[in-house]
Ligand binder design. Sequence first.
Ligand SMILES: Nc1ncnc2c1ncn2[C@@H]1O[C@H](COP(=O)(O)OP(=O)(O)OP(=O)(O)O)[C@@H](O)[C@H]1O
Length: 246
Amino acid sequence: MGSSFPVSSFLLESNGSEGLQMISLQGISKSFELHGQRLPILQVTQWHIQKGERIALMGASGCGKSTLLHLLSGVITADRGEIWVAGRPVHLLTESKRDHFRAENIGYIFQDFHLIASLTVRQNIELIMPRTGTKQERRKKLDQWLERVGLQDRGHHLPSQLSRGQQQRAAIVRALITKPPLLLADEPTGSLDWDTASEMMTLLLDICRDEQLTLLTVTHDRHIADMFPKRVYMQELNELLRSVSV
Ligand SMILES: Nc1ncnc2c1ncn2[C@@H]1O[C@H](COP(=O)(O)OP(=O)(O)OP(=O)(O)O)[C@@H](O)[C@H]1O
């Protein structure tokens, strides 16, 4: 796999905000309504993530890990508290502004890839690739990324013609092609065997280190978590004990 991809600072280019902080949570609480009752899910008094940190987020099933990622990306809103991401006050943004914020600032990697089955690898990525520069420049940039993840010969293949590990590599490029300052990954290795999972995670961690991207990855897998420079357990963040059981 080539390691000659030109290194640039995505953070400085795409974000422009000053300071070292990528994420700041203050006094967050989140509940969901279930069977007519408000069920408290999450409470985070304070949490800060610096730019360029690579963090594995762990915790028991149902403790609110995915909910936290959705709050950070503005897919859902908190009941109260402040969420700052890449210098933007996500808690103050309207829904349409949150959509815009997400497109500009967040790369998302899912357990089941979310590639469009009828489109080739290249088409899946081109769909969200910024229309900056000439067509040749965009093609070259995509070629470089595909080579970086070892898919240089797979650009014209459909997802169904790729292995699961290759599909996740394509999804990684799709998440990174917009140069998002923050990458969120929800169980990105959850559907891969161990060898493929560790290879894929090594690749993702290397890219984030080289590009100084901030990476927050939810994982159940202790071995995967051990690959990260930093691990955070939801229990440390989530101080609210569940008062209602479902
Ligand atoms: N839209 C919703 N409406 C009601 N309850 C919800 C909703 N979304 C999540 N929940 C509840 O919030 C809790 C936390 O869910 P979440 O998916 O964040 O957990 P998780 O830690 O990511 O779990 P897992 O590790 O199993 O994926 C769960 O009890 C879940 O049922």
